[in-house]
Design a binder for this molecule. Structure first.
Ligand SMILES: Cc1cc2nc3c(=O)[nH]c(=O)nc-3n(C[C@H](O)[C@H](O)[C@H](O)COP(=O)(O)OP(=O)(O)OC[C@H]3O[C@@H](n4cnc5c(N)ncnc54)[C@H](O)[C@@H]3O)c2cc1C
Ligand code: SF4
Length: 498
């Protein structure tokens, strides 16, 4: 094999007919070492991709390491900003690849597949990283609400800096949407367990089945800890609100995926309609096939070129994988009624849409109502989004928290809200709403929390980098979402603006 080749090393797919018969069988055949070395060797080292990565990982750094087959450095460079290397190797939407100078729709460096190789081939992270828990001249406690990727990332970077971290998780498992939403055929459960256990092994305490606002009050956390990090994600379903939504066989995707991922059996019948076009819609469609559906139709209100994420490499890949499995796509459709028989859904009625240029960015779908269409269905799954639920924050504190016009919490470049000591990140604050953005938030928030604790006099010093394992020098700079380097000094809450 040639070691420098400007064509991307292709990734092989497991046979689609076989994989639709299993909830666990992966889609992609991982790269071999030879393929990783060949692929990493293509990198030109320009660094454009770093701007595309919400966590600002030193991507060219780990390409150099892997071009030399140096897995240890590859892992350490990733861990500088990301404790979920394997999870992201499986499911990161890899926005960095869209920034790659070699990108011509299929030529960018396959950063995600290379990550997967690094993590899969490091069974014991501790043995490689040899992290020593730091002493910053104090060990105050910080409460983290939510054990999804965002909360756990903060738990990692804070605990390795000697902070006593208390994580409160409403469910009985760590991982958030990674375990309750994303199906195992895209994200193996062993990857989540391996990375969550590694994170928690540095001393964070985790309280499962503890919902803040019900089992423990938010004010108690504020009193008992020097800072609080809210990482509760988006769990309130957004429904379409049309006639027939209450019929048996109609689900919101989050509820549906949560049931399946908890081992519950659902008989979806032969014909399934999915409403939506994002991550969740694809997962609901592909799970339905694995539950035995014969025909799965994804209905989305916009056209294919207006779908979420288009024209990113991730949007192409997810469509290809679903089409390989024979998911049917029906673009530009608006469901307006579900009709049932004996309480069970039977027919989905819909209009076709016209895409209209509104003059303001994305084209808008407008239903053409003079003709009605119908589809026979046994199950309808609405993948129409979800929102944050901040009802656990008492009114008097909520009043002091600046929010956007749509009710989202406003945070500064260190993810601190307008209430000193309350930080927030992940799906509840960022717009991208993916794992790597939550991880990026938590890197900045961890640095911000340390700076805040130093201001309070609870610790004596703030390290230049959050990790302290040997090796490097690796990139340790923190950037805001516009790509500007963020300073070491901490802005006062009054400087916090939307
Ligand atoms: C079906 C689906 C597929 C997806 N696929 C991908 C993908 O392929 N790639 C990708 O990058 N992103 C994907 N995403 C998005 C990604 O999962 C989220 O962006 C990410 O999980 C957000 O992390 P988070 O930690 O902010 O929130 P979450 O993962 O939602 O975690 C929040 C945690 O907080 C807990 N919690 C909530 N309220 C409370 C409370 N009051 N007290 C205590 N605990 C509480 C919850 O139980 C949960 O464990 C997908 C999302 C869905 C729904
Ligand atoms: S943009 Fe592409 S070529 Fe440039 S450093 Fe990143 S991976 Fe390498």
């Amino acid at each position: 094999m040639k070691y420098v080749d400007y064509k991307r090393v292709p990734i092989k797919h497991f046979d689609a007919d076989k994989r639709v018969r299993s909830l666990n069988l992966q889609t992609l055949v991982p790269y071999t070492l030879e393929e990783v070395v060949a692929e990493s060797s293509r990198c030109l080292g320009c660094g454009l991709c770093i701007q595309g990565c919400p966590a600002r990982i030193d991507i060219p750094g780990y390409q150099i390491a892997m071009a030399n087959g140096n897995i240890e450095d590859g892992l350490k460079i990733n861990f500088e900003k990301l404790p979920f290397v394997e999870v992201c190797g499986d499911v990161c939407p890899h926005p960095c690849e869209d920034w790659c100078i070699l990108d011509d729709n299929k030529g960018s460096i396959a950063t995600r597949h290379i990550k997967k190789y690094i993590s899969e081939n490091t069974p014991d992270y501790k043995e490689v990283l040899k992290v020593k828990v730091q002493d910053l001249g104090g060990h105050p406690s910080v409460a983290v609400i939510g054990a999804g990727p965002t909360g756990l990332t903060a738990a990692f970077y804070l605990s390795i800096n000697g902070i006593r971290v208390n994580v409160y998780e409403a469910s009985g498992r760590p991982g958030g949407v990674m375990v309750h939403g994303i199906p195992p055929f895209r994200l193996p459960r062993e990857a989540i367990t391996k990375e969550a256990e590694h994170i928690l092994s540095y001393g964070s305490r985790i309280f499962y089945n503890t919902r803040i606002g019900k089992d423990v009050q938010f004010e108690e956390l504020l009193k008992e800890n020097s800072a609080v990090y809210i990482a509760t994600g988006n769990w309130k379903p957004t429904r379409i609100k049309i006639t027939g939504e209450e019929l048996q066989g109609v689900y919101h995707a989050l509820e549906f995926l949560n049931k399946i991922n908890s081992g519950e059996k659902i008989d979806v019948g032969e014909n399934v309609a999915i409403i939506g076009g994002g991550f969740t819609a694809y997962d609901a469609a592909r799970i339905s096939l694995r539950l035995g559906a014969k025909k799965v139709t994804m209905m989305y209100r916009r056209s294919a070129i207006d779908r979420p994420g288009y024209p990113s490499s991730n949007a192409f890949e997810e469509l290809d994988e679903a089409e390989e499995e024979k998911v049917i796509f029906d673009w530009e459709t608006s469901p307006f009624e579900y009709v049932g028989e004996n309480g069970k859904v039977k027919i989905l009625k819909y209009w076709r849409n016209q895409m209209v240029d509104s003059g303001r960015g994305r084209r808008q779908p407008v239903p053409v109502k003079d003709k009605e269409y119908s589809l026979e269905v046994d199950t309808i799954i609405e993948a129409t989004g979800q929102r944050e639920d901040l009802s656990f924050i008492p009114g008097e504190i909520m009043e002091k928290l600046a929010t956007t016009t749509t009710g989202d919490l406003v945070v500064n470049q260190y993810n601190m809200t307008s209430y000193p000591g309350i930080f927030a990140g992940g799906d509840i604050t960022n717009k991208r709403k993916d794992i790597i953005s939550g991880v990026g938030d938590s890197g900045r928030a961890s640095m911000g929390i340390l700076l805040y604790l130093k201001e309070l006099g609870k610790i004596q010093r703030v390290p230049k980098r959050l990790t302290n394992y040997e090796g490097g020098p690796y990139s340790t700079t923190y950037y805001d979402m516009e790509g500007k380097e963020i300073p070491d000094s901490f802005p006062s809450p009054t400087e916090i603006k939307e």
